[in-house]
Design a protein around this ligand. Structure first.
Ligand code: MRU
Length: 398
């Protein structure tokens, strides 16, 4: 059966690369190609649907995908139409708003049951990024609070849409603040080593670690970025390179395995990456390969920062050993384009994330400022400040 991913006009090898990496199942979504102009957000709500840039197709095709059912939103997260912890969170927020809009419940109790079901479906989409459950909990808690105050179904539906939109808007504002805090620790003329994609595509806009890169560039720090390709899904090569080149930020794409050499040759001044979950003690789960960057950075006296919104901090987990690590399919490792690069039936293990123990991190950059060791204290304080800000914006008591 034809896939919705295929389109004309690109080279076979890159087409096959994105297609093979990014699955070939028929998908109940509607596509249109809006080029130009491009959307300036990764995910948004429009006309009763959740819309997003289909990141599986970049950099060759810029296509918007629409979703109008909660299970399809969840599947878009699982299959990485949208990816990156903050973007997943914003998508899940819109998924909850969608669930509220589509509920046929005739009582608020029924509506809450539908929302709990939607939360379960969305939370199961990917296990590592805590932003997902954080966002669905935020929407569900608001619905429960409003129901407790006697609000009508229509009032709760409207409030959840406003809240999902607010969550997305706040993500942009949070990234701006993280960028400002982070740029302050980037030296003039810095060579920055960056892993995966943490840019506007990984958030609603701007990005986390790439938000810091953008802010440093805008502050005329004369930076240059070493972009890890980030096997196996090549988020660095496909997405980060695309974003930086569009913004005119000096960069070179490197094979992941080049990073150690560059650090030893003093060609790296700072390592920056994001995180999908930060445990209470500052251990950080991020894209597979991050851990060894941090170790080699420390060995060579190079500062290493993880850049995260406080929604990525999970104070319920004491340390990184408790963070669930997603395992993904064999095809991401065995196939490059339409070319099989390993023997038939080769056994594959494909963990998507690793954990950097906090002792390797110089700091964790958040929208509330740069957290330094002891992280147990600095992260808890940052999270408390951010939560007070959210409650104030919702008009709820602090
Ligand atoms: O598997 P992905 O592409 O969703 O992984 C993304 C990352 O590892 C990012 O570094 C992380 O989500 C932080 S992005 C702001």
């Amino acid at each position: 059966m034809a896939t919705p991913f295929a389109s004309e006009g690109s080279s076979l090898s890159m087409r096959a690369l994105t297609g093979a990496l990014l699955f070939s199942r028929p998908y109940p979504i509607h596509f249109f190609n809006p080029s130009p102009p491009m959307s300036d957000r990764t995910v948004w709500w429009e006309a009763g649907k959740v819309r997003m840039i289909d990141q599986r197709l970049l950099p060759l095709d810029y296509v918007i995908a629409d979703f109008d059912a909660v299970p399809d939103v969840a599947r878009a997260i699982t299959e990485m139409v949208v990816r990156g912890a903050p973007a997943i969170g914003a998508t899940a927020g819109f998924g909850m708003a969608l669930a509220a809009q589509q509920s046929r419940a005739e009582t608020t109790r029924g509506l809450l049951a539908d929302l709990r079901q939607a939360k379960e479906t969305l939370d199961a989409a990917r296990p590592t990024a805590v932003n997902l459950a954080w966002a669905t909990a935020r929407l569900l808690l608001l619905a429960e609070a409003l129901a407790g105050d006697g609000a009508s179904i229509e009032r709760i539906q409207a409030a959840l849409l406003v809240e999902a939109q607010r969550l997305a808007d706040q993500d942009v504002e949070i990234n701006q603040r993280m960028g400002r805090h982070g740029a302050a620790v980037i030296p003039q003329n810095a060579n920055i080593l960056h892993h995966c994609n943490t840019g506007s595509l990984a958030a609603v806009d701007i990005g986390t670690a790439l938000g810091v890169v953008r802010a440093a560039h805008e502050a005329n720090k004369n930076i240059h970025v070493w972009v890890d390709e980030t096997r196996p899904r090549l988020q660095g090569a496909r997405l980060t390179a695309w974003e930086l080149m569009r913004d005119g930020i000096p960069m070179h794409l490197i094979a992941d395995n080049a990073a150690g050499l560059l650090m030893r040759q003093r060609k790296v001044d700072v390592v920056l990456y994001g995180a999908d979950r930060v445990a209470a003690n500052g251990d950080v789960a991020n894209k597979i390969g991050s851990y060894k960057l941090a170790v080699v950075a420390k060995e060579n006296g190079i500062p290493c920062y993880s850049v995260v919104p406080t929604s990525t901090i999970d104070l319920d987990l004491p340390d990184g050993d408790h963070i669930p690590i997603e395992e993904r399919g064999w095809e991401e490792v065995v196939m490059v384009g339409d070319t099989q690069i390993a023997p038939d039936d080769v056994p594959v293990y494909n963990p998507a994330f690793d954990v950097t123990p906090h002792r390797y991190l110089t700091g964790i950059i958040t929208e509330e400022g740069v957290c330094y060791p002891p992280f147990t204290e600095s992260l808890a304080a940052a999270k408390a400040r951010a939560e007070a800000r959210i409650r104030a914006a919702q008009g709820r008591p602090l």
